[in-house]
Each structure stands twice: as C-alpha cells, then as structure tokens.
Ligand binder design. Structure first.
Ligand code: FES
Length: 106
C-alpha cells in the first residue's frame, strides 16, 4: 500500500497509508494532518498546501507544471529547491513519499 510520511517543522512525523489517485494534500486533509491548509481545495490557486519533499524522493516525482512553479513564489514560508504544492502530487502505486510541512502556510 502506498504511504506518505508527513514531518512537521518541529520534527514530529506521521506515516499514513494513502489511496492511489489521491493527492498528497487530500491524504493530509482526510487524515487530519496539521500544517496543510489547502484553502482552495486543490484548484492550484492558494499555495497553502506547500511542502518540502525529501531529496531522496524528489527525483521520482513528475516535473512541476508552469502554474505550480508560479504559485510557489507566493508561499508564506520560504521557497526552497525541494518545494512543491502537495495538491499537485499524486499518490501512485508503491509510493513511499516523505514530505515536511513548513512552519506556516498563511
Ligand atoms: S490546495 Fe490550493 S494550491 Fe494546493
């Protein structure tokens, strides 16, 4: 079963069994993971689902689309090389993704 591990900015982690086809943001929201606000519900218009993807996992993800790239310039927390919007990251079969949520989304 695919899984996503969320680590918050204090270092506390939680691993969740995820559903193929859901986004990482949906996985977080449905399981009450703090640190993901997702104001727009995944329509790529809020940037409050910002996460930092572990470097070891980043290469396995599809490249970001231009719109995600543009939205990432509007995040509340510092944008880094491994920043992604979790609503744009789909859970796939065999997925074992590790992301860190920033200290703030707003
Ligand atoms: S949930 Fe709004 S951009 Fe991801």
């Amino acid at each position: 079963m695919p899984k996503v591990t969320f680590t918050d900015y204090t270092g506390e982690s939680r691993t969740i069994a995820a559903t193929v086809g859901d986004s990482v943001m949906e996985t977080a929201v449905r399981n009450g993971v703090p640190g993901i606000v997702a104001e727009c519900g995944g329509s790529l218009s809020c940037a409050t689902c910002h996460v930092y993807v572990d470097d070891t996992d980043a290469a396995s993800l599809p490249d970001m689309a231009e719109m995600e790239d543009e939205m990432l310039w509007g995040t509340a927390a510092e944008r880094r090389d491994n920043s992604r919007l979790s609503c744009q990251l789909k859970v796939t079969e065999g997925c074992d993704l590790h992301v860190t949520t920033p200290a703030t989304q707003v």
